[in-house]
Design a protein around this ligand. Structure first.
Ligand SMILES: [Zn+2]
Length: 369
């Protein structure tokens, strides 16, 4: 037991080190989901880290829980950035912002309109609460108001936070939306926000190491892509999100070194089919974001993510997709008895309720009920 515990600790700390113990510019997915509530995917969010600087881009539902898993405290965050103000991207801004004020942090809030309005109305509505809580430390909102600044972005701009240079550009979406490029030490990571095809993004992302982009048009495992996948049959009506043709065209035009798809409204991506559609335009590596994945991507990343999730929440059982990635050697989307490992192999006969010699997603999930 002791040995097991120590091993887990070593693993956990090596993961922390792996995430934050290096001076390199990194992006950690703190939410890979969509407006639809999902316990496996928090709402859209990315944590950018470089040396001591941490910037949180978008704050969807569940982001605070993921920051806790990463051991990142509100006081460690230097800036809260928004790509845009759709609720799924700013849902947890209120609590994070108020905790930051309470903690007496020095931080910035940056985003397109109505960022200033949002902050002003929050301060108005919560002034009494904030003052009451601060009064315990003999302070008022006025005492801490100079600790943070609010910057509203309108067009192409470049500014610095800590050692990170940030450039932004407006992209096409249903409301004012910014894409950001983060650069430090010759490394660059671009976050697209939600968008439809935007020439400005191809320019902003020019030769970036990673482009983290709206996953619009991605194909769900077990479903065929009929409507938005290739996008070839799409009409010219304005739309909110890219399809795979558009995202891969922008990645190709920008010549990005790696493409990361995020903002999924389902759990399991058909990575083979989605990558095949993307490859019509873009030939570089493609990654499918999951909560707590870190880029630059390294071998063992996924394993470390799973380990951390399991350490923090032992009630969570591994998803079918995780099982597949570990066991499905012939990539037929099913787990045979030969492929099964550990507990799954031991209980194979019981689990295989239809006795076809394979464990399907339904059969795996049955035990959770
Ligand atoms: Zn949106």
């Amino acid at each position: 037991m002791m040995i097991k515990y120590s091993a887990a600790l070593v693993f956990f700390f090596s993961f922390q080190l792996f995430l934050f113990g290096q001076d390199q510019l990194t992006a950690t997915i703190t939410g890979s989901g969509s407006p639809k509530f999902n316990t496996e995917r928090a709402g859209p969010s990315v944590l950018i880290s470089y040396k001591d600087t941490k910037i949180l881009v978008d704050m969807g539902n569940g982001v605070q829980a993921n920051l806790d898993r990463l051991n990142v405290k509100t006081k460690d965050i230097d800036a809260l950035l928004f790509t845009h103000h759709h609720l799924d991207h700013n849902e947890e801004f209120t609590p994070i912002f108020i905790h930051a004020i309470m903690g007496g942090n020095t931080f910035q809030v940056v985003g397109p309109k109505p960022t200033s309005n949002l902050v002003e109305s929050l301060l108005q509505n919560y002034e009494e609460d904030i003052n009451y809580r601060l009064s315990k430390k003999n302070r008022t909102l006025k005492d801490v108001a100079s600790n943070f600044s609010v910057q509203e972005l309108n067009g192409d701009e470049t500014f610095n936070i800590g050692g990170i240079e940030i450039s932004c550009t407006p992209v096409n979406h249903t409301i004012a939306t910014m894409a950001y490029r983060f650069s430090a030490d010759g490394q660059s990571i671009v976050i697209s926000g939600d968008l439809s095809y935007s020439e400005s993004l191809s320019k902003l992302a020019k030769q970036a190491d990673y482009l983290i982009i709206d996953s619009g048009g991605s194909i769900e495992l077990g479903k065929t892509n009929t409507r938005t996948g290739s996008g070839k049959n799409r009409n010219n009506k304005t739309h909110a999100h890219v399809n795979l043709d558009e995202s891969s065209r922008m990645a190709n035009e920008a010549e990005v070194k790696n493409l990361v798809l995020t903002h999924f409204n389902f759990n399991h991506v058909d990575e083979v089919a989605t990558s095949a559609a993307l490859q019509e335009n873009y030939s570089g590596p493609v990654f499918y974001a999951e909560d707590l994945m870190t880029f630059p991507h390294r071998e063992g990343n996924k394993q470390a993510v799973e380990q951390t999730k399991n350490e923090k929440n032992t009630k969570e059982t591994p998803s079918f997709n995780n099982m597949l990635s570990k066991m499905d050697e012939n990539k037929d989307g099913k787990i045979s008895k030969n492929e099964a490992k550990g507990k799954l192999k031991e209980n194979f006969e019981n689990r295989d309720t239809n006795k076809d010699g394979f464990i399907s997603e339904n059969e795996l999930n049955r035990r959770k009920r």
